[in-house]
Structure formats: structure tokens, C-alpha cells
Design a protein around this ligand. Structure first.
Ligand SMILES: NC(=O)c1ccc[n+]([C@@H]2O[C@H](COP(=O)([O-])OP(=O)(O)OC[C@H]3O[C@@H](n4cnc5c(N)ncnc54)[C@H](O)[C@@H]3O)[C@@H](O)[C@H]2O)c1
Length: 330
């Protein structure tokens, strides 16, 4: 279980694109803690300088400010690299509906540039962030690889396109690619601010600042919320997977199912938030969001079998750790 005992060849160099963001900065930190070298490539478009500053004093860490939409930048960033963990992309379903052209350029062409640069530089493994959004309107639960529906947003199209390109790079060029379909990741350093913030950090920030959170829809939607430690484990184990497991995408989740309303009340209770009458603070209910699905939870058996993924952080354990972090850092 976990990743603490994972071993790579001595002096291995990882390139983490999007390393100034939430997931990427956690990957950089884990790799440094394991004693390996990491190069972070980020254009700071949604990432933060503070997530870079955290590691700058570590001689095993290097920051490259650059855009994966530029092939030359990707080529230089891949020099000498053993493993690429490609996280750079813009998230958010609603924003992608507002800016389809940008999502195509950034999330599809950017990742394609990275694959091309990885191939030309002889990178051993190309692990990249996909998303549960590739399941679209497929109603059956749990979500299972190979059983995808119609896509519901430009963001989902971008992740699906990345998966298709990755298959081509494995098939024609022998680049070992592993797509990781993350399901609603949460944990330390996830941005709680802005119109497109993810629900858990947003609710925690609002509750800690005396605001009343709004739930889109009735709150009875469910998700397989996945703690960041499990995502780190999946990335590192994918780097050690065999070539027979390449050219595929894998569900990366805990395999649980949490309802939004339960999460809301759980946070309110954990933080001890009351209304002016001393009662548990009730949320505001807003309209459903376009492009959202009602329920999502994952079958993680493929990742268990082929990547050796064995997540050790349940939702309950992860949410307590996340609350603790935000209490200290917000
Ligand atoms: N957080 C989740 O729940 C979740 C779920 C499914 C998939 N994902 C995927 O995981 C990856 C990481 O997501 P995150 O939540 O850490 O988001 P994030 O916004 O915190 O991090 C993304 C990082 O990529 C950088 N970036 C974006 N475009 C870039 C470009 N053209 N060149 C260089 N850097 C660029 C940003 O500056 C940012 O630092 C993304 O690919 C995202 O689509 C995340």
C-alpha cells in the first residue's frame, strides 16, 4: 500500500508539468521526499509561485517557467528526463464551455507537444492526467474503463483526445503512456479561491470566513472524492508499470461514493459552524450546473491489477487531513 517504499533508479529525473498547481506541486514534493530529482514546468496560468517557492532551496528541484503549447519549451524541458508526469492543463467544466478554443489549444495540443518531446528525448514513461469526465453521460455505476458515454463538455473532449493521442504514441512510436482518470481529487494546496474552485476547498474557505456556501442542485449528487495521497501513489506506480500496461487509461479514485450534502454537513460539523440561532448552518441551494453528471464512482480494479495501485487514504481520513491543512493555511 502507498508509495513510501517505492524505489526508482538512483538519480532519476522526473518532469512534472503543471508542477505549480495543486496535484503537480504535491507530486514534486513526494518525489523530492523520496530523494529523486524533479523539474517543474509551469506557465503559472492557474498555478502559484508559492507552490514553487516551497521547493526552490532543494538542490534536487528545478523550476522552468514555460508553456506546453510551445514545442521548443517542451523539448528543452524533456532533456535528460526519465519520467514525465504531465499535469499541465486547465480544469473546470463550466470554464471550458466558455472557452472551447483555448481548451483545445492548451489541453490537447499542449499534451501532444509533451508526448512528442518525450518521444524525441527517449523518456521512459509518460504518465498524464486524464479525468473521470471522459465517462460523459454513461449512466452505469461504477464507472468502468471501456464503458464511456457521450461527452458533456469541451474539457471532457480535451481529456478524451489526450487519451486517443496517447494510444497512438504507444502504438506507433513505442512511448509507454499511462492515462490516469482522476475522480474529484482533494487535499492540501488545492486552490479554494475563484469562480472555478473545486467544491471541497471552496466550502471550507467559505465556512472559515463566515460565508454561506451554495450547493448547485439538490446536493444529492455523488462523487468518488479522492485524496491527493492516492493520486501520488498512482502516478509513481504508473512510472514503474510494464509496457504491457501502456497505451491505456485507468480510473484513479478510492472507489467510494460521497454525497455533496453529506460532505457539506460533515464540514459544518467538523468546523463547528452555527447560524445566528446556534443551529447547524444550512446551505443555500442554487441551480444545477451545465455539463455536470449526477453520480460518479469508480471501479478501480484495472489500476489495481495492472499498476499495483492500492489506495490507502479513505475519504474520511483524507477530509480530516484536508480540514487540518486549511485551518492552518487559510
Ligand atoms: N483536481 C481534480 O480533481 C482533477 C480531476 C480530474 C483531472 N484533473 C487534472 O489533473 C491535472 C492537474 O489539475 P489540478 O487540480 O492540479 O489543477 P491546477 O490548476 O492546480 O494545476 C494545473 C497546473 O498546470 C499549469 N498549466 C496550465 N496550462 C499550462 C500550460 N499551457 N503550460 C504550462 N503549465 C500550464 C497551471 O499553471 C497549473 O499550475 C489537470 O490536468 C487536470 O485536468 C484534476
Amino acid at each position: 500500500m502507498g508509495y513510501q517504499n517505492i524505489k526508482f533508479p538512483e538519480n532519476s529525473l522526473f518532469l512534472v508539468t503543471g508542477g505549480a498547481g495543486f496535484i503537480g506541486s504535491n507530486l514534486c514534493e513526494a518525489i523530492l521526499n523520496l530523494g529523486y530529482r524533479v523539474r517543474c514546468l509551469d506557465d503559472l496560468s492557474t498555478g502559484k509561485q508559492v507552490n514553487v517557492d516551497l521547493f526552490l532551496s532543494n538542490p534536487n528541484y528545478e523550476f522552468v517557467m514555460g508553456d506546453i503549447k510551445d514545442l521548443d519549451t517542451c523539448m528543452k524541458a524533456c532533456e535528460g528526463v526519465d519520467y514525465v508526469l504531465n499535469q499541465a492543463a486547465w480544469g473546470s467544466v463550466p470554464r471550458s464551455i466558455e472557452m472551447p478554443l483555448f481548451y483545445c489549444a492548451n489541453n490537447i495540443m499542449g499534451t501532444l507537444n509533451m508526448m512528442e518531446a518525450a518521444r524525441q528525448n527517449g523518456v521512459k514513461k509518460f504518465v498524464y492526467a486524464s479525468s473521470s469526465s471522459v465517462y460523459g453521460d454513461e449512466p452505469n455505476l461504477p464507472k468502468k474503463e471501456g464503458r464511456e458515454g457521450n461527452l458533456l463538455s469541451p474539457y471532457a473532449v480535451s481529456k478524451r483526445a489526450d487519451e486517443e493521442w496517447a494510444k497512438q504514441y504507444t502504438k506507433h512510436f513505442g512511448l509507454d503512456t499511462y492515462g490516469l482518470r482522476y475522480f474529484n481529487v482533494f487535499g492540501r494546496r488545492q486552490d479554494p479561491n475563484g469562480a472555478y474552485a473545486a467544491v471541497i476547498p471552496k466550502f471550507i474557505r467559505q465556512l472559515l470566513h463566515g460565508e454561506v456556501p451554495t450547493i448547485n442542485g439538490d446536493g444529492k449528487q455523488s462523487r468518488d472524492f479522492t485524496y491527493i495521497e492516492n493520486v501520488i501513489e498512482a502516478n509513481l506506480k504508473a512510472c514503474l508499470a510494464g509496457s504491457e500496461a501502456a497505451g491505456q487509461a485507468y480510473n484513479i479514485a478510492y472507489g467510494g461514493r460521497e454525497y455533496l450534502l453529506d460532505i457539506y454537513y460533515g464540514l459544518v460539523d467538523a468546523l463547528g459552524i452555527k447560524d445566528e440561532n446556534g443551529n447547524r448552518l444550512e446551505p443555500i441551494f442554487g441551480p444545477d450546473r451545465a455539463g455536470d453528471i449526477k453520480h460518479s464512482n469508480a471501479d478501480i480494479s484495472r489500476a489495481k491489477e495492472l499498476l499495483g495501485y492500492d489506495p490507502e487514504w479513505s475519504f474520511d481520513r483524507g477530509i480530516m487531513a484536508a480540514i487540518e491543512w486549511y485551518r492552518e493555511n487559510l
